[in-house]
Design a binder for this molecule. Structure first.
Ligand code: ZN
Length: 116
């Protein structure tokens, strides 16, 4: 049995910037991810994924969302169902970058030294 991924739509005070190009993202969702750590224990968590008009313009899954934003600038009651359907379709296919262990070690060192 496949468990459905729970996806959170995050509303922040300010718009989130795209981690790839640093420009303003259209929206941010938090999607579940998981990996097995060095001792074989499953580690679960959530990661924020930003929808970016620049970086995601050529990707197939967010394309209907961009069209939706182009036609409807805000989510209204009569368009919310369609918006949620497109959002879920995109978020379910949003790729979560694999764990970069080198970068993790670097960040742990920075955290230990008080630089993070
Ligand atoms: Zn971007």
């Amino acid at each position: 049995m496949t468990e459905r991924r729970r996806i959170d739509i995050v509303t922040a005070r300010g718009p989130s910037s795209c981690p790839r190009c640093r420009r303003e993202g259209l929206l941010l969702v938090r999607v579940p991810y998981g990996w097995t750590n060095a001792v074989g224990t499953a580690v679960d968590g959530r990661i924020g994924v930003v929808l970016c008009a620049g970086c995601d313009a050529q990707a197939p899954h967010p394309a209907p969302l961009f069209t939706w934003f182009h036609v409807n600038s805000n989510v209204e009651r009569e368009t919310s169902e369609e918006f949620v359907r497109l959002l879920v379709a995109w978020a379910e296919n949003a790729s979560v970058p694999p764990l970069d262990e080198g970068r993790l070690d670097e960040e742990i060192s920075l955290w230990r030294s008080g630089s993070l």
